[in-house]
Ligand binder design. Sequence first.
Ligand code: ABF
Length: 219
Amino acid sequence: MTQDELKQAVAKAAIDYVVPETIIGVGTGSTANFFIDELAKIKHTIEGTVASSEASAARLKGHGIPVLDLNSVAEISVYIDGADEADAGCHLVKGGGGALTREKIVLAVAKKFVCIADESKKVGVLGKFPLPIEVIPMARSYVAREIVKRFGGEPVLRDGFTTDNGNVILDVHGLQITDPVALENELNGIVGVVTNGLFAARKADVILYGTPTGVEKVE
Ligand code: ABF
């Protein structure tokens, strides 16, 4: 099976977690895109969606699926999104697509988080995938220096990239993230950091992995 076929299989499996007549949080990336295409087939069963990026909002609208402003929504039944890395404890690294802050905000409102990924995203220790950190542009050099001083690693400015919120991304290479909850909190404490790509304090409730032998569920 190709990687796309694995992503498509988990996107299909995630449809079982869609709660009828509620608002669904929808993530960003190629796996989330497959999910959006599956969601289109049952769009009449849901009230609407909240999207974690402009790109996902455009794809949802393209399918005729209602996209709501989060400020007009009190509750999201489930948030469905991909990841860049996941450990055995369902802690994630996200943000390779640059949508980490909106992803974390939509997740905060959701009751349940179902992560969908092909099995290549499964790791023993997080950190091989460079950890994305969204930073206010004027603080980028300060934040990069603080990261090196406090945690090591090598922060690299994502070239030519601006987030949907008008900020920049530092991708931190070379971290061995053995305590993801602590690192998530400490990074968020650096002035100028908007958020970081660790989804550990609020981790996935369920991960559906696409494998050649079928969808594997971890919770
Ligand atoms: C989003 O999309 C991100 O948080 C993560 O960076 C990325 C995963 O991309 P893909 O599904 O294309 O592998 O979920």
